[in-house]
Ligand binder design. Structure first.
Ligand code: ADP
Ligand code: MG
Length: 474
C-alpha cells in the first residue's frame, strides 16, 4: 500500500477528465475547488483503483466516492451497478441526497435507499422500478439479498462509507456476507474518518491492492478561532451558559464525553431558556431524527452530543463548537473543531470554545502538541452576557401525524399555513415529510397559534393531529 500525500494548493475539478455536463453540475452546486480528500482520491478512483481513504468528517468524502461510482455507471443498463454501505439510516439518507445532487448531470439515474425501520414493501417496489445505485445499511441490504429482491450481479462499484463506525457497530460479519454476493471483478472504495486496526483486516479480506490515502487532519489556523477557558468541574455546565450568552452563536454543537453530561447540559441550558437538545446513543432512531430535524430547521440553537452520536453527521453552518469536556484523544479534538469554519461558510472563521479543568491539562498538552501551537487562554470573568433574552432559536417545530404514507406533500402544509391559517410564506421554514409524520418549522412567535389554527383546520381536506415539539426530547 502506497501513501499518497494530498496536494498543497486548491485544485479545480477540471483536471479529472470528467464530462462537461458533470463539471457544469458541480459548478451549479457551488463546488469550485476539490477538497483535499477529493483531490487525492478522485484520480486513482477514476482509474478504477481500490482505495482506503481517510479524512475527517465534513471533508467531502461523499462526492469523492459519488463521482467515482457515477463515472462507472451506464444509465441505459437497468441494473444495480453500485452499492454504498453506511452505518445508519440518517447517514444513508445524507449519502443518497448527495449522490442525487451529483447525478443531476445526467437524466434518469435512479438512487434507492434501503435501510431498516422502513417497510420492505415500498423498498421492493422501488427496486422493481429499476435502481442504478443502492445506498443502505448492511442488515437491510442482506434482508433484500436473502429474499432475492436485490440482485448485485451487475455491480461494478462497492463503497464502504464510514467504515470505522460500521466496525464499531459490529457490522463486519454482515459486510462480509454482502460482499460475498458481489461480483469478484469490481472496484471497492473504503472511506473512513479514522483508521482503527479493523480497517486493515477489512481491506485484506475485501479489497484488491488498495491504495491508501490519508488527508492530514489539520485545519488552516485562520479558519477556526480557538479560545480556552479553565473551569472547575462544578462550574462547567454554567460556563457553557456563559459562553452561549456572551458569543450568542446562531447554531452550536457542544461535545460532551458522556451521555449523562449531554443530558445534564441540555437540561441546564433549557432551564435557562436556551433552545438546546441532546443527541446521544440512548435515543431511539425516531427521537434522533426529531432532534436532527429541529437542529437543521433552526428550532434548536444548541445541539449537545457525544462524539459517537455526532460522527459522520453533516451539520451545515455551525457557527460554534463548544468542547464542554476536553477529549483525551487529540485527534478527536481536531475532528470536533473541524465542524465549524467549513468551506463555503463565508469569510467568518469558525469559533471553537474549549473548557478544561486542571485534571484535563494533560489532554490539553497533547492537543497543543498535535496542533503545533499553544492554547489561547481566557478567564471566565471576561464573559459578559450580551443582555436581553436568552438565546432562543428563531423557529419552532410542529409535528403533524401523517406523512408520505398519507400522500402529504410539503406544498400541502405550506398551502394550509399560508391559505386557511393566514400566515405569510416568510413565517414558515423548512418542511420535512417523512413516512408517517411531517415536521414544519414556523416562526417561534406564531408557533402556539399556528398549532391551534392547523389543528382546527384541514390539510388536503382532512383534519390533522398536530403537536408542538417543545424540546423535551427524552
Ligand atoms: P464527509 O462525508 O467527509 O463527512 P460530506 O461528503 O458529507 O463530508 O461533505 C460535507 C459538506 O461539504 C457537504 O455539505 C457537501 O455538499 C460539501 N462539499 C463537498 N465537496 C465540496 C466541494 N468540493 N466544494 C464545496 N463544498 C463541498
Ligand atoms: Mg460521510
Amino acid at each position: 500500500m502506497a501513501d499518497s500525500p494530498a496536494p498543497a494548493s486548491p485544485d479545480t475539478f477540471d483536471r479529472l477528465g470528467l464530462p462537461p455536463q458533470v463539471l457544469a453540475n458541480l459548478a451549479s452546486l457551488g463546488y469550485r475547488t476539490m477538497t483535499a480528500i477529493q483531490a487525492a482520491s478522485l484520480p486513482p478512483a477514476l482509474l478504477g483503483k481500490d482505495l482506503i481513504a481517510q479524512a475527517s468528517t465534513g471533508s467531502g468524502k461523499t462526492a469523492a466516492f459519488g463521482l467515482a461510482l457515477l463515472a462507472n455507471l451506464n444509465v441505459r443498463r437497468f441494473a444495480v451497478q453500485s452499492l454504498v454501505l453506511c452505518p445508519t439510516r440518517e447517514l444513508a439518507d445524507q449519502v443518497t441526497t448527495e449522490i442525487r445532487r451529483l447525478a443531476r448531470a445526467e437524466e434518469n439515474i435512479k438512487v434507492v435507499t434501503l435501510c431498516g425501520g422502513v417497510a420492505m414493501r415500498g423498498q421492493i417496489a422501488s427496486l422493481e422500478h429499476g435502481a442504478h445505485v443502492v445506498v443502505g445499511t448492511p442488515g437491510r441490504i442482506l434482508d433484500h439479498l436473502d429474499r432475492e429482491t436485490l440482485d448485485l450481479s451487475a455491480l461494478n462499484t462497492l463503497v464502504l462509507d464510514e467504515a470505522d463506525r460500521m466496525l464499531d457497530m459490529g457490522f463486519v460479519e454482515d459486510i462480509g456476507k454482502v460482499v460475498s454476493r458481489c461480483p469478484k471483478a469490481r472496484q471497492t472504495l473504503l472511506f473512513s474518518a479514522t483508521y482503527p486496526e479493523g480497517i486493515a483486516q477489512i481491506a485484506a479480506r475485501f479489497m484488491r491492492e488498495p491504495q491508501r490515502i490519508e488527508v492530514a487532519s489539520q485545519h488552516a489556523p485562520t479558519r477556526i478561532r480557538q479560545l480556552w477557558y479553565e473551569v472547575r468541574d462544578s462550574e462547567r455546565l454554567h460556563a457553557v451558559s456563559l459562553l452561549i450568552d456572551h458569543f450568542r452563536p446562531q447554531s452550536t454543537l457542544a461535545f460532551c464525553n458522556t451521555k449523562q453530561q449531554c443530558r445534564d447540559l441540555a437540561a441546564v441550558l433549557r432551564a435557562g431558556g436556551v433552545s438546546a437538545l441532546a443527541l446521544h446513543g440512548d435515543l431511539e432512531q425516531r427521537d434522533r431524527d426529531q432532534v436532527l430535524v429541529q437542529f437543521a430547521n433552526r428550532s434548536c440553537s444548541v445541539l449537545v452530543a457525544t462524539d459517537v452520536a455526532a460522527r459522520g453527521l453533516d451539520l451545515a453552518n455551525l457557527e460554534a463548537v463548544i468542547n464542554v469536556d476536553t477529549t483525551p484523544d487529540a485527534e478527536v479534538h481536531i475532528h470536533r473543531i473541524g465542524r465549524t469554519g467549513r468551506q463555503g461558510q463565508g469569510d467568518e472563521p469558525g469559533l471553537a470554545l474549549n473548557l478544561a479543568s486542571l485534571d484535563e491539562m494533560g489532554a490539553v498538552g497533547r492537543i497543543e502538541q498535535l496542533q503545533g501551537r499553544e492554547s489561547d487562554w481566557h478567564p471566565l470573568s471576561e464573559l459578559t452576557p450580551a443582555g436581553g433574552a436568552p438565546l432562543q432559536a428563531p423557529m419552532a417545530t410542529l409535528q403533524l401525524i401523517g406523512g408520505r404514507k398519507e400522500k402529504i406533500r410539503a406544498g400541502d402544509i405550506l398551502g394550509a399555513l399560508t391559505g386557511d391559517c393566514g400566515y405569510a410564506k416568510e413565517q414558515v421554514g423548512r418542511i420535512n415529510v417523512n413516512e408517517f409524520s411531517t415536521y414544519v418549522a414556523v416562526d417561534r412567535a406564531i408557533a402556539a397559534e399556528a398549532l391551534r389554527r392547523l389543528s382546527a383546520g384541514k390539510v388536503k381536506g382532512r383534519s390533522v393531529k398536530v403537536r408542538l415539539l417543545d424540546g423535551e426530547e427524552s
